[in-house]
Design a binder for this molecule. Structure first.
Ligand SMILES: [Zn+2]
Length: 178
């Protein structure tokens, strides 16, 4: 691999870590070899988190409103207050993920993005991972609320929901680890 030296006339061009040819320091993919800096992957992750979060916020809030306005004996159990609390909390967490993620996605680190292990890029990566953790916590709250709601309807429905949840978790785990 021959690394093309940086051109003083074009300081925005930097050698690609993949092939050594000059590429723009803010480009998200090398046109020569297809190398993608970590930042491009982070930005994609943030985009997906934002999309899923906005869907879940809509689901959570409409669920809370439905529970709060349903007037039936079965819907008056203290268990449902927990469900509502969890979904409200999850919606706020997801809102934070949505807003902060969008903010982060539009912020470009000042240092050269392609330099692997640069402090700006590390910080960017840590923030993305933090948002991912908050997102997973919110997802867990939404799922737990669903399970409680199902058990409130009928123990059988609750059991089926738990089986569904375990299947979903197992499938995700299999997907991520193979
Ligand atoms: Zn390249």
């Amino acid at each position: 691999m021959t690394s093309t030296p940086p051109d003083p006339a074009h300081p925005e061009l930097t050698p690609c870590p993949g092939c050594g040819k000059l590429m723009h320091q803010r480009s998200l993919q090398c046109l020569q070899c297809g190398f993608r800096p970590d930042l491009a992957n982070y930005q994609e992750l943030l985009g997906s988190l934002g999309t899923i979060s906005s869907i879940l916020i809509g689901f959570g809030l409409s669920g809370v409103v439905t529970l709060a306005t349903t007037d039936s004996e079965k819907m008056n159990s203290p268990l449902l207050y927990w469900v509502e609390g969890m979904w409200v909390l999850a919606s706020f967490l997801l809102l934070a993920v949505l807003v902060l993620g969008e903010f982060l996605r539009r912020t470009e680190p000042d240092e050269i993005l392609l330099v692997a292990g640069s402090r700006e890029q590390d910080r960017y990566g840590r923030r993305c991972m933090l948002l991912l953790c908050v997102f997973i916590a919110a997802l867990f709250l939404v799922a737990l609320g669903l399970v409680l709601l199902a058990f409130n309807l009928h123990p059988g429905v609750g059991a089926v929901t738990i089986v569904g949840l375990l299947l979903a978790c197992g499938f995700s785990w299999y997907w991520l680890t193979t």
